[in-house]
Design a protein around this ligand. Structure first.
Ligand code: PEP
Ligand code: MG
Length: 889
């Protein structure tokens, strides 16, 4: 006999290691149950059941019976039956995937309430109003999520009832008014679905479970997963939990607690509490909460128990936990916990605190932070009081919910945010409160401002997850989405399109554009602020030291000027991995290049090159000085020559209008050099082979600069790199000439120069023939920009602006392959070339200098592939160092 798959686990059967199967919520409920914490009983239906359902459109055969068995056990344990008897059991049906997707999937509360059980509940609770309000909530939630009726159909009826009763909030509606509302809700259900609201509790349960499965593929959930790079095929688990009620009167309530401040990482009591409310009220930010610490006076016993629970959880998970809890008439229940989302600053502080507490080791501490978080700490922030007067009028102060400094035009709905952002404008999305439907706009905005809701409101949680600046709960502001205005306490009106500035750290909201200053973390990297500036900088310093100690990859810089080189060095670069010499030919020097291109005789050309030589020599001398003692990879000229000439059309017009002789000559050259597809044309090594003397001049300038620096007591370590090589023959020709020139310079200067000569691997043919190429190369540097372009056949200058949006939308890739290395395609060529190159020449030095060198995920790939170094722009060097450390940790 075959054993049937287990699709349902009781909380007492699971544990946190089963997160793939039970989802984060289910696994943690099970874990807390094992820890003996006060978790309401229940069971979890696995992600495997969800996947089977999504695949086939039907629940797996044995699921019904397995749910029945667990429901029976739950009923026996509670001594109550689902939706039946004098004391009916009610349950909540909660979504919960492996990765937290706050508010993106569905949850239904109060399952089990029917026309019959609502009266039993009223009698049992001794509270008519509570029972009818619970039934009202069930029909509303069930109607929306299970039956697909739009929420306004119910909201409008609530508004009507409130107006008729002269009530300001729902809480003021009486039991009779709520009973009447329930009748109207049931009418809505009948009219919209053609049948009455289901009166069979088990049917309610089964339909709710199915709706949660379906919500995995809802628009919101799909968009969120794309954004967060969560795979689409995981499915969600569904937890069925015995209901406890936070809305049974003033001695009941619900709240969210954090074991540390998720915004700063500092220790203390953080969270929000809302008396006489159900959990969803807090997260939705509909009513304003009070600080958790207020619970100490309202219910000291529950408060003390909660603090003990928080300590147990933090020591158990060895991390910041957030907790959702409910107090039902003086009894504390924990409904959820998870390792909490946090800001970048909090992540660094907490990792170091836990390290100091001995709860985690250095490698674990490194894994707790990320390069993306470090990047956020390097963003500039608003000029503060200390930095002088802050320009712009202060409109309000809300809660700093997700740090950063954001400036943009105020917009009042998601669609406008998306439209204006797509047109290139920076926008701040201003809402009374956000809900999951605002996700598009939140993604498009520089920052988010809400008038209501605390640090745990939807806006705050989602913004922190995305790293977007957010100020929430700016209660002084009146937000009017219809008029598209916000109004301050003193009557100042800000209309749509006006620029505002929000500070996600302090919560300040200013009119106009507030100037920004560099971050303290950048100042620390620059060496202008000491490592003990504050506890955040100290935490960064500590973890960077750990990363540097464990990482195997070197980090070099892509830098073309002495200034950039010096900064890169301060940021921890171990040399230059790519100096793009074409950047040295711009500006005034363009005319010298023009002379080279227009040369009609050897003499003219040599004169043009001779004029360029001293300039290049000075460039390299400065660069070698800035990187004294460290390797500097100089790449010989790469782009097509016409890039140094005027535009063909412009010039044609000019020549047609004014018959200038010089322009006419120029036009002939531009026409001669014009290419349909310059990225695949006469560039890189091809140019070096076709324009006599060009590479020779550059090699001479490098060698002479090195000789000069050496004579001055420096330790120059130049490396010469040849771009766009497709076959070893190209490299051999360049190498022979380069060796001749270097020998000549050695002779002239009476010195020995040791200048490795290597190549970029940036064409598929180069990667595939890397074994042959390695015979002639001292090192390889993967040019993953061009390699991506040529492997995919994507024009690197065009596609991101043209169709990548659609590709991302369709989920063809989750991120541009120009940003994160395409491990399966481009990456496979890289690993092939590494193996062939090292086989042909053991000790071959290997690096990467495409943009991927500074991308966190790609750094992990290059670590695993066995490169010696990555090279990236100066500002990404700390990020690459940290990620290289994490990859090795
Ligand atoms: C590359 O192609 O990856 C590279 C580093 O060279 P460039 O970007 O200058 O073409
Ligand atoms: Mg290239």
């Amino acid at each position: 006999a075959t054993t049937a798959t287990t699709y349902v686990y009781d909380f007492a059967e699971g544990h946190k290691g089963l997160v793939d199967l039970l989802g984060g919520k289910g696994a943690n409920l099970a874990e807390m149950t094992r820890l003996g914490l006060p978790v309401p009983p229940g069971f979890t239906i696995t992600t495997e059941a969800c996947r089977a359902y999504l695949r086939t459109g039907a629940e797996p055969d044995t699921l019904h019976a397995q749910v029945s068995a667990h429901l029976d056990a739950l009923e026996r344990r509670m001594g109550r039956r689902l939706g039946q008897g004098d004391d009916p059991l009610l349950v909540s049906v909660r979504s919960g995937a492996k990765f937290s997707m706050p508010g993106m999937m569905d949850t239904v509360l109060n399952i089990g309430l029917t026309d019959a059980s609502v009266t039993a509940l009223a009698r049992q609770a001794g509270d008519e109003r509570f029972a009818w309000d619970s039934y009202r909530r069930l029909i509303q939630m069930f109607g929306r999520t299970v039956l697909g009726i739009e929420g306004d159909a119910f909201e409008d009826l609530i508004d009507d009832a409130r107006r008729a009763a002269g009530a300001a909030t729902d809480v003021e509606l009486t039991a009779d008014q709520l009973r009447a509302l329930v009748e109207r809700f049931k009418d809505v259900v009948r009219v919209r679905t053609g049948r009455g609201f289901p009166q069979d509790p088990r049917e309610q349960l089964d339909l709710a479970v199915r709706a949660v499965f379906d919500s995995w593929n809802g628009d919101r959930a799909r968009l969120y997963r794309r954004q967060e790079r969560i795979p689409h095929d995981l499915g969600t688990a569904v937890s069925v939990v015995a209901m406890v009620f936070g809305n049974l009167g003033p001695d009941s309530g619900t709240g969210v607690a954090f074991t540390r401040d998720p915004a700063t990482g500092h220790q203390g009591v953080y969270g929000d509490y809302l008396a006489n409310a159900q959990g969803e009220d807090v997260v939705a930010g509909i009513r304003n909460t009070v600080p958790l610490a207020d619970l100490a006076t309202a219910d000291p016993a529950c408060y003390a128990q909660l603090l003990r629970t928080m300590e147990v959880l933090e020591n158990h998970y060895r991390d910041l936990c957030d907790i959702e809890f409910t107090i039902e008439r003086g009894t504390l229940w924990i409904l959820q916990t998870r390792v909490g989302k946090r800001t970048a600053a909090a992540a660094f502080r907490i990792a170091v605190q836990l390290l100091d507490q001995g709860l985690i080791d250095e490698r674990e501490a490194l894994r707790r932070v990320s390069g993306g978080q470090l990047a956020r700490l390097m963003f500039p922030r608003f000029a503060t009081e200390a930095a002088g007067d802050v320009a712009g009028e202060r409109l309000a102060t809300g809660i700093g919910a997700s740090p950063g400094a954001a400036v943009g035009a105020a917009v009042f709905d998601s669609a406008t945010a998306v439209a204006r952002a797509a047109a290139g404008e920076r926008v701040i999305l201003v809402r009374r409160e956000t809900n999951p439907d605002d996700l598009d706009g939140m993604l498009a905005a520089q920052g988010i401002l809400t008038a209501r809701g605390g640090k745990t409101s939807h806006a705050a949680v989602v913004a922190r997850g995305m790293g977007t600046t957010c100020v929430c709960g700016a209660e002084e502001l009146r937000v009017d989405p219809a008029a598209r205005t916000l109004t301050t306490a003193d009557g100042t009106v800000v209309a749509e399109g006006e620029v505002i500035s929000i500070d996600g750290t302090t919560g300040a909201v200013h009119r106009g554009e507030v100037p920004v200053v560099p971050s303290a973390v950048v100042e620390y990297f620059e060496g202008t602020a000491p490592a003990d500036t504050d506890d955040l900088v100290a935490a960064v310093d500590r973890l960077m030291t750990c990363a540097d100690r464990v990482r195997r990859l070197d980090v070099r810089a892509n830098a073309d000027t002495a200034d950039d080189a010096a900064r890169a060095r301060r940021f921890g670069a171990a040399g230059i991995g790519l100096c793009r010499t074409e950047h040295m030919f711009l500006g005034e020097r363009r005319t010298l290049v023009e002379r080279l291109i227009l040369a009609e005789s050897d003499d003219e050309r040599e004169a043009a090159l001779a004029a360029l030589l001293p300039l290049q020599r000075d460039d390299f001398t400065d660069l070698f000085a800035a990187m004294d003692g460290l390797p500097v990879t100089v790449r010989l000229l790469d782009p097509p020559l016409h890039e140094f000439l005027p535009d063909l059309t412009d010039l044609s017009v000019r020549v047609a209008l004014a018959h200038d002789v010089h322009d006419a000559r120029l036009l002939t050259a531009v026409r001669r050099l014009h290419e349909r597809n310059p990225m695949l044309g006469l560039r890189g090594v091809r140019l070096g082979l076709l324009v006599p003397g060009l590479f020779t001049m550059q090699v001479r300038a490098i060698a002479e600069a090195a000789a000069r620096r050496g004579a001055a007591g420096g330790a120059p370590r130049p490396e010469i790199m040849i771009p766009l090589v497709g076959t070893v023959q190209e490299l051999e020709i360049v190498r022979e000439e380069a060796e001749r020139v270097v020998a000549e310079v050695e002779r002239d200067h009476g010195t020995r120069l040791d200048i490795p000569l290597g190549t970029m691997i940036e064409l598929p043919r180069a990667a595939l023939t890397a074994g042959q190429i390695a015979e002639s190369a001292d090192f390889f540097s993967f040019g993953t920009n061009d390699l991506t372009q040529t492997v995919w056949g994507f024009s690197r200058d065009d596609v991101e602006a043209s169709f990548f949006g659609a590709y991302l939308e369709k989920g063809i890739f989750g991120v541009s392959p120009f940003e994160t290395i395409d491990a399966d395609g481009v990456g496979a060529l890289v690993t092939t070339a590494i193996a062939a190159g090292r086989a042909a020449r053991p000790g071959l030095k290997l690096g990467v200098c495409g943009e991927h060198g500074g991308d966190p995920e790609s750094v992990h790939f290059f670590h695993a592939a066995g490169l010696d170094y990555v090279s990236c722009s100066p500002f990404r060097i700390p990020i690459a160092r940290l990620e290289a450390g994490r990859a090795a940790a």
